[in-house]
Write a protein that binds this ligand. Sequence first.
Ligand code: ZN
Length: 222
Amino acid sequence: MSSALRRLRESVCALHAELVRNNLVAWTAGNVSGRVPGEDLFVIKPSGVSYDDLTPEAIVVCDLDGNLVEGDFAPSSDTAAHAYVYRAMPHVGGVVHTHSTYASAWAARGEAIPCVLTAMADEFGGEIPVGPFALIGGDDIGKGVVATLTGHRSPAVLMQNHGVFTIGATAKAAVKAAVMCEDVARTVHIARQLGEPLPIPSGDVDSLYDRYQNVYGQRSPR
Ligand SMILES: [Zn+2]
């Protein structure tokens, strides 16, 4: 096993603990995958293994058609959806799927989360959109994720009646988007109980998104 693949397995294993730490998952319902740099492969959680029992060695390697290439367990039942995203979106290096409570409540109603918080403008660049209802198994979920996120600034999609898929340049970025998606889903839900949340004007959404994506954070010293 190459050292790059070993590090990716360790990282994707550790990122599953973040799903638990951030209360995004019940039982085994959530998974993280990461593209193997320079290869037509990705690593993903094995099916049905509890998060406490997950080790880097248990993380399985699949090709971009979702076939198991290396590993002792069957890949996650969501592997076909992850594989479809990697095939269709070459810039994506990480994919996350959860049924996190508040985001899935929006998905159950088939309602996009409106951009009413500066944190949403920062991370998602607008609303968090809804994708189509699709049954697990074939390519339908992956197709719905790709069709909804293509040309959209949001790295998160609420798949109708189901849950959340997020994408990122890395698996860590996709996990961050899943955490932020649940956080804003919860806040906007609570705001809704008390009245009608105020939309942010689209020009201001653009400014916030641009600043957060391009200026915010630690910059390298000049
Ligand atoms: Zn699911």
